[in-house]
Design a protein around this ligand. Structure first.
Ligand code: PMP
Length: 286
C-alpha cells in the first residue's frame, strides 16, 4: 500500500506532499510539531498532543488554520488511511511560504502536515540492560531565548547535544540548563529515585513538559509513590538509586550510568521496571 500524507486538508501520495522552498519552516525552523504513538490502532493521548501543539503555536504567534477538533479528526483519518496499527504520527505546522526575511507578516498560509508511519525504537538490549548516558557540553536553550516548552521546528539545540551523545557511544545525552541544573535529554525527560522518592525537574528548569512525563508522574502517584518536581544537579543523578527517561518513543527506559558513574546497582531498578510495566499496561493492555 502506498503511503498517504495529509497536507492542508487533503490526503495525497507521499511523493506529492511537498512544501515551498520559501516556507519559513524550512528557511528558519519557524513552526511547531508533535510526535505521537499509535498503539493497536489508537492514537495515544492524541488530545494532549494536539493541545500542546496549539499551545506551542500560540507561543510563537502562529495561527493554525484548522480547529483543534478538526486536527484530532485529521490525525485519526491519516492513521486509518495508512492502516497504521502500531506506529508513530508526526504532526507539523509550518509558518508557510513568505519572502526571504524573518517578518512573519510577509508569510501566508501555514502548512499543516500529518505523517503516519512506522516507528524506530531504541535497540531491545537497551530496554533490557538500561542505557549509559553522558552529559552534553551544549546546554539546553535558555528559556528567555527559546523556551524549551515550545516544541518548535528549531531542534538544533537538541541535535548538537545528540551529536555529543552519539560521539560518546550513547543513544541519548543529558542536557543541563543555563544554571547548571539538570534539564532533560535531547528527546526525553529525566527522573531519579532515591530512598523511594521520585524526583524530576520542574518545567521552569527549561524543559519540554513531556506528555509521557506527566503520564508517568500520574502512574507513580497512583502506585503510592511520592513524586516531586524539584531542581536537580548531576550529583543527584550520580548518587541516585535509579534513573530513567520518559518520552513518546522511548516510553520508560532505565539509565544505568552517567558520565562513567554507575547508577545504583548498574542495572534497571525495581521501581523503574514497575513503572515501565504500568505504562505498558496503559498503552497496550498487556
Ligand atoms: N524533551 C524533549 C526535548 C523532547 O523532544 C521530547 C519529545 N520527544 C520529550 C522531552 C518527551 O516528551 P513526550 O513525552 O511528550 O514525548
Amino acid at each position: 500500500m502506498s503511503k498517504s500524507v495529509y497536507i492542508n486538508g487533503s490526503l495525497v501520495p507521499a511523493a506529492e506532499a511537498t512544501v515551498s522552498v520559501f516556507d519559513h519552516g524550512l528557511l528558519y525552523g519557524d513552526g511547531v510539531f508533535e510526535g505521537i504513538r499509535v498503539y493497536d490502532g489508537n492514537v495515544f493521548l492524541l488530545q494532549d498532543h494536539v493541545n500542546r501543539l496549539y499551545e506551542s503555536a500560540q507561543a510563537i504567534r502562529l495561527s493554525i488554520p484548522i480547529t483543534n477538533d478538526q486536527m484530532v479528526a485529521a490525525v485519526n483519518d491519516t492513521v486509518t488511511a495508512n492502516q497504521i496499527s502500531d506506529g508513530y504520527v508526526r504532526l507539523v505546522v509550518t509558518r508557510g511560504a513568505g519572502t526571504l526575511g524573518l517578518d512573519i507578516r510577509k508569510t501566508s498560509d501555514p502548512v499543516v502536515i500529518i505523517i503516519a508511519d512506522t516507528i524506530t525504537l531504541y535497540p531491545p538490549e537497551i530496554y533490557e540492560n538500561g542505557m549509559p548516558l553522558v552529559t552534553a557540553s551544549t546546554i539546553r536553550n535558555h528559556p528567555g531565548a527559546l523556551n524549551p516548552r515550545i516544541k518548535s521546528l528549531n531542534y538544533l539545540n537538541n541535535i548538537l547535544a545528540k551529536i555529543e551523545g552519539t560521539d560518546a557511544g550513547c543513544v541519548e545525552a543529558l542536557m543541563l540548563n543555563h544554571k547548571g541544573e539538570v534539564a532533560e535529554c535531547t528527546g526525553d525527560n529525566v527522573f531519579i529515585i532515591k530512598n523511594g522518592l521520585i524526583r524530576t525537574p520542574p518545567t521552569d528548569a527549561g524543559i519540554l513538559e513531556g506528555i509521557t512525563r506527566n503520564t508517568v508522574i500520574g502512574l507513580a502517584r497512583e502506585a503510592g509513590h511520592d513524586v516531586r518536581e524539584t531542581a536537580l544537579v548531576r550529583h543527584d543523578i550520580y548518587t541516585s538509586d535509579e534513573c530513567f527517561l520518559t518520552g513518546t518513543a522511548a516510553e520508560v527506559i532505565a539509565v544505568v550510568s552517567l558520565d562513567g558513574r554507575q547508577i545504583g546497582s548498574g542495572v534497571p531498578g525495581p521501581i523503574t521496571q514497575d513503572l515501565r510495566d504500568r505504562f505498558q499496561l496503559l498503552t497496550r493492555g498487556d
